[in-house]
Write a protein that binds this ligand. Structure first.
Ligand SMILES: Nc1ncnc2c1ncn2[C@@H]1O[C@H](COP(=O)(O)OP(=O)(O)OP(=O)(O)O)[C@@H](O)[C@H]1O
Ligand SMILES: [Mg+2]
Length: 182
């Protein structure tokens, strides 16, 4: 495995069901093809393990993002590409993660999909639970999602398919780290 001297964190942020994990996995497959080391840090896996003690209060969401950023930096420091797929709803926490990881190594990607469209997809049945009044503190409903103002890549997943979305991420990697994927 080789990483051609570039190390960075891909940070995918967006609502539940917007497409973060789907695109993290697609990017991982691309890296595998190229024999590139990478490590996925996914919201669902974190919440079932390292962040099991956290809930969905503002402070806990902040802590969840902080732990993910610590892991990403640890990975980067050891030469691994980190792919973070995490709702990470608050701008200030993503900015802190960017500063901690290092601006030049941090690629923020806004996985943009409206609440209504995510609710139609409802992969995990969470939107139905919100509608039924049994799930609270849900991002985009009664918990705030602050969209990035200036993401490196802005993907509207209700308008472009997975392969086009992946292409947009790859173009940004090519632009920032020429030859990395060649
Ligand atoms: N362009 C696209 N990119 C990614 N996913 C897409 C796109 N278009 C449609 N989809 C679909 O949207 C859904 C996204 O689900 P996914 O589990 O990746 O969301 P998520 O953002 O990881 O949600 P969560 O925060 O709940 O983990 C999938 O069913 C996927 O096939
Ligand atoms: Mg996911």
């Amino acid at each position: 495995m080789k990483n051609k001297n570039a190390v960075f964190t891909i940070w995918l942020t967006g609502l539940s069901g917007s497409g973060k994990t789907t695109l993290a996995n697609a990017l991982g497959e691309k890296f595998k093809e190229k024999n590139i080391n990478y490590f996925c840090i996914d919201g669902d896996i974190l919440r079932a393990s390292l962040c099991k003690d956290l809930g969905f209060s503002d402070e806990d969401r902040k802590e969840n993002v902080r732990r993910a950023s610590c892991l990403a930096k640890m990975m980067n420091d050891q030469g691994q590409i980190a792919i973070v797929s995490l709702i990470s709803p608050y701008k200030v926490d993503r900015e802190t993660a960017k500063e901690y990881i290092g601006e030049k190594n941090f690629i923020e990607i806004f996985i943009d999909c409206s609440y209504e469209e995510c609710a139609k997809r409802d992969r995990k049945g969470l939107y139905k639970k919100v509608e039924d009044g049994v799930l609270f503190q849900f991002t985009g409903k009664d918990s705030l999602y602050e969209a990035p103002e200036n993401p490196a890549v802005h993907i509207k997943t209700s308008e472009v398919d997975v392969s086009t979305s992946l292409g947009m991420i790859i173009s940004e990697i090519d632009r920032r780290f020429p030859l990395f994927l060649s």
